[in-house]
Design a protein around this ligand. Structure first.
Ligand code: ADP
Ligand code: MG
Length: 133
């Protein structure tokens, strides 16, 4: 089934000029870039985007990080896009991410793990409408 999913290239990766390298990996893995925009999140958007993590100890630091620079939002499609992108992105903890995954290559820390990828059809729908509505 052809699905859509959302990739965000996070501020640590945009700052280090890794946008092109990450987009190349995505395209080489047969994802189609349907929409793409560079932007800065504002606080209300970041709060909505990460609402599921409100109250967690890492939440304020996550928001501060996501607001610290430019991000690139990418709407992607392909067969089974949601699980396939999570696979290509790798574990949240880059030290546990498989070799060759985006996070294994471009994460700087647990928090600054270079990219976000939607984790379910419900999340993808919600996140795409937050960013691309
Ligand atoms: P994922 O991005 O893999 O879906 P989560 O949804 O659990 O992971 O967390 C969202 C983001 O919050 C992570 O990508 C990471 O940037 C940050 N984060 C999550 N847990 C921690 C933690 N324990 N310490 C620091 N940052 C964290
Ligand atoms: Mg998540």
């Amino acid at each position: 089934m052809i699905q859509q999913t959302l990739l965000l290239i996070k501020p640590n990766a945009t700052k280090k000029n890794n946008i092109g390298a990450i987009l190349k990996m995505v395209e080489r893995n047969n994802f189609v870039i349907e929409k793409l925009k560079m932007m800065k999140m504002d606080e209300p958007l970041a709060e909505k985007f990460y609402a599921e993590h409100f109250g967690r100890d890492f939440y304020p630091f996550l928001l501060e990080f996501m607001l610290s620079g430019k991000i690139v939002a990418v709407l992607l499609s392909r067969e089974n896009a949601i699980p396939k992108l999570r696979e290509l992105v790798g574990n949240t903890d880059f030290e546990k991410a498989n070799l060759g995954t985006i996070r294994s290559l471009y994460a700087d820390s647990y928090r600054e793990n270079s990219v976000h990828a939607s984790d379910s059809p419900e999340s993808a729908k919600r996140e795409i409408s937050l960013i691309f509505s």
